[in-house]
Design a protein around this ligand. Structure first.
Ligand code: ZN
Length: 176
């Protein structure tokens, strides 16, 4: 979820909620498919890397509504990328038997290394956003009026008189 949110934030902070939803999708989609009677093995059809890449390309290039599809697909992609750090890996394409691994697939689910990897990716994404603030404004399908939910600029709110000093003091160190 951290990685999904980070990837989403790079595109546009407004899509973070749907990116977080997408970041768990490859796993809960397995249950959805089971409800419909499909026999799904864990980390197979819903974890195919090229499917999620195709979904990103589709929502980015063909059709989307307020970047909801794009955010969801980026979340799903982040999940598959995160799973590719594990020993089992993920399928690269539906036709290949080879499993896709990143960094040698050294990570075990539930291990402290997961938090390290998630933290590093979050920092890289934060650095990316910091170095290219234009990414916040270049979201053609969303209207951004300078107000970003989840990322309040408390100093600006204080300067413009929206919040008082007490509220600024209380919140100034909350970054999200
Ligand atoms: Zn998974």
């Amino acid at each position: 979820m951290i990685i999904g949110a980070s990837f989403g934030a790079v595109i546009n902070p407004l899509i973070i909620p749907v990116a977080v939803l997408g970041s768990t999708a490859p796993d809960w989609l397995e249950y959805v498919l089971k409800i419909f009677g499909y026999r799904v093995k864990h980390r197979t059809v819903t974890h195919v890397l090229v499917y999620w890449l195709a979904a990103i390309a589709f929502f980015k290039l063909v059709i989307d509504y307020r970047a909801i599809g794009l955010g969801f697909a980026i979340g799903g992609f982040s999940h598959v990328i995160a799973d590719s750090f594990t020993i089992a890996g993920v399928p690269f394409s539906p036709t290949s038997d080879a499993r896709f691994h990143l960094f040698g697939g050294k990570l075990r689910t539930g291990n402290a290394g997961e938090y390290v990897v998630a933290g590093i990716i979050a920092l890289l994404c934060a650095g990316w956003i910091h170095l290219s603030p234009a990414s916040f404004k270049n979201a053609p399908t969303l209207e951004t009026s300078g107000f970003l939910p989840f990322f309040y600029d408390w100093k600006k709110e204080y300067d413009s008189g929206v919040v008082d000093g007490a509220e600024w003091r209380e919140n100034r160190l909350k970054f999200i």
